[in-house]
Design a protein around this ligand. Structure first.
Ligand code: MN
Length: 474
C-alpha cells in the first residue's frame, strides 16, 4: 500500500515499531537533535513535548532507502526507475478550496519562535533553523512554480535568513529583484515522504516539482492557494509560512552545520519577511537533522535517478549507480557497467562529471561488483585499478560550494574573501576499476566456491553442540 500522507506514513511507522515516542520534555537547543541523531536510520523520533511548545516535532521518518521504497509501494530495486518515470512524466495537481493546512490562520503578531518549535541543531549553528521547509515560488517570467529545500535561519519574530544556491529559486529572486520587486514564497513544513523526495528532483527550471510529487502519488496531489499570495501549496501540509524574499535587503546568515558534516560560512544573505502562518489543527513540526540519513537520502535518490537516466542515454552498458554514504550521498558516484570495449569506462567517467557538478570522484566497476557494498567497490579498486593507466584527473572544474576542500584553492590564490564567481573550484577524479575485456584464464576470475549460493545453514547447523562438548571434555 502506498503512503501518500504524512500522518498515514507516521501511523504505518508506529504500527511497525519504527517510531521512538519521546514523552519527556526535551530542550529545543541541541537536546532534541542529539536524541534524533542517536535514532538515525533505526527509528523516527517523535517529540511530544519540545520545551515551551504544545506542537510536537518529528524527525527521521525517511531515513532508510527501504522505507522510502515502502512509502512508494515499490521494491527497493525499482526505486530509481519509479522516481525517474515520475520525473519524466509529471502530472497536474488538483486545486482545492478549503485545505486542512489553513484550518488555523495567523496574520497578526507573528512570532516564529513562539508559534513554532524550531530547534537549534549543531554546536556552532547561529541560532534556530528551519531545515525541512519546502520553499515554493513562481518564476516571475512564466508563472511556473519551483520547489526547493533551503535552510532558513530565524532572525527575528517575523524574518528569516535564507541560503539560496545559484539554482532555480535564486534565478527567480534575481529576476524579481532586478524589477525592484520582492519574490512571494511559501514555506511548507510537514509533508509526506513522496512530496519530500519530489522536491529534490533535478529538473529543467520550468518544471514544478509538485507535479512530480503528483505523479508519484496514486491520486493527483491536492494543492491550495495561499491566503496572502498566489503560491499553491500541498493542501494537506501540516504548516505553511507565507512571505516574500525582500529586494536589496541582506543580513548575516550562518554558520550552519551542513550535509558534508562541516559548517558553512557566515555571509550577507537574502531575507524573508513573513506575512502569515497557517497550519492544521494540532500540527506536527518536521525537522531534518543536518547530515543524517534523512538529509542524505533526500539528496541521493533523485540525483541517482537523474544521473542513471543521463548516463544510460549515452552508455547503454550502464546498469546501476550509487552515491555512497561516505561521499555524503553527493560527491562519490559508483557506476556498475557492462564493458564491451577497452576505454569505455573513461567515457562513462566523463559523462558522470557532466551529469551533476557535485560529483567529484567516480568509480566504474564491472557487473560482478555490488555497488551497494562499499567493501566490494574498494576491492575492485584494489585489484582492477592501476593509476598510471586507469586514472582520470580534471583540474579546476566547478564543484560543490559546500565542499570545504574547494576553499583550499581560494587560499592558494592568496584571498580570504573569495568573490562568489571564484568559489567551489574543484578537481574531478575518475577510477576505471574494471578488468580487461579479455584476459588469460583465471587471472581475473573471481574465486568462487561451488554450491555456496545453494547452502541453507538451517539444513546443516545443529542447535545442540554435543559433538563439540564431548571433544572438549577429553
Ligand atoms: Mn526546480
Amino acid at each position: 500500500m502506498q503512503h501518500d500522507t504524512l500522518r498515514g506514513w507516521l501511523g504505518h511507522l508506529r504500527k511497525t515499531g519504527r517510531i521512538a515516542h519521546i514523552e519527556r520534555e526535551v530542550a529545543l537547543t541541541h537536546q532534541l537533535a542529539a536524541i534524533a541523531k542517536k535514532l538515525d536510520g533505526h527509528q523516527a523520533a517523535y517529540f511530544s513535548h519540545p520545551k515551551g511548545h504544545d506542537m510536537p516535532v518529528v524527525s527521521g521518518f525517511m531515513s532508510r532507502r527501504s522505507w522510502i521504497a515502502e512509502a512508494l509501494d515499490v521494491p527497493e530495486s525499482s526505486l530509481l526507475e519509479t522516481f525517474r518515470r515520475a520525473s519524466e512524466r509529471p502530472r497536474a495537481c488538483a486545486l482545492v478550496s478549503t485545505p486542512s493546512c489553513q484550518e488555523i490562520q495567523i496574520k497578526k503578531q507573528i512570532d516564529l519562535g513562539r508559534i513554532l518549535p524550531i530547534p537549534v541543531h549543531s554546536e556552532h549553528d547561529n541560532g534556530a533553523y528551519i531545515t525541512a521547509g519546502l520553499v515554493i515560488a513562481r518564476n516571475p517570467k512564466t508563472g511556473i512554480q519551483n520547489v526547493s529545500i533551503n535552510r532558513l535561519q530565524v532572525q527575528s519574530n517575523d524574518r528569516l535568513g535564507i541560503l539560496m544556491l545559484p539554482r532555480h529559486l535564486w534565478a527567480f529572486y534575481k529576476e524579481a529583484e532586478s524589477r525592484g520587486e520582492a519574490l512571494s514564497i511559501a514555506i511548507v513544513i510537514g509533508v509526506d515522504p513522496l512530496t519530500m523526495l519530489a522536491s529534490q528532483a533535478i529538473l529543467p527550471i520550468d518544471v514544478d516539482e509538485l507535479t512530480v510529487a503528483s505523479a508519484l502519488h496514486k491520486e493527483p496531489l491536492r494543492v491550495a492557494r495561499c491566503i496572502t499570495n498566489d503560491i499553491e501549496v500541498p493542501a494537506d501540509a501540516e504548516i505553511v509560512i507565507e512571505g516574500k524574499i525582500l529586494p536589496q535587503i541582506r543580513a548575516l546568515e550562518g554558520p550552519f552545520g551542513e550535509f558534508p558534516k562541516y559548517y558553512s560560512s557566515q555571509e550577507q544573505r537574502e531575507v524573508i519577511q513573513v506575512d502569515a502562518i497557517t497550519h492544521r489543527t494540532n500540527p506536527i513540526f518536521h525537522t531534518i537533522i543536518p547530515a543524517e540519513m534523512e538529509h542524505l537520502l533526500l539528496g541521493a535518490i533523485p540525483r541517482e535517478a537523474t544521473i542513471l537516466s543521463l548516463l544510460q542515454k549515452s552508455f547503454p552498458g550502464v546498469m546501476d549507480v550509487r552515491l555512497s554514504t561516505g561521499g555524503v550521498c553527493r560527491y562519490h558516484l559508483y557506476v556498475k557497467f557492462k564493458k564491451r570495449r577497452e576505454g569505455e569506462p573513461k567515457n562513462v567517467i566523463m559523462g558522470a562529471f557532466a551529469a551533476h557538478y557535485d560529483i567529484k570522484h567516480v568509480v566504474v566497476v564491472d557487473e560482478d561488483v555490488n555497488i551497494h557494498d562499499p567493501t566490494e567497490v574498494e576491492w575492485a579498486v584494489a585489484t582492477r585499478f592501476q593509476a598510471d593507466r586507469d586514472l582520470v584527473v580534471i583540474h579546476g572544474a566547478q564543484g560543490s560550494l559546500l565542499d570545504p576542500s574547494t576553499t583550499v584553492n581560494a587560499a592558494a590564490i592568496g584571498q580570504t574573501e573569495v568573490p562568489q564567481e571564484q568559489q567551489g573550484i574543484s578537481s574531478k577524479v575518475g577510477f576505471d576499476a574494471t578488468k580487461p575485456v579479455s584476459y588469460t584464464a583465471h587471472v581475473f576470475t573471481r574465486v568462487k566456491i561451488p554450491g555456496l549460493d545453494e547452502i541453507d545453514l538451517k539444513d546443516y547447523v545443529s542447535s545442540s553442540s554435543v559433538g563439540l562438548d564431548t571433544h572438549l571434555k577429553n
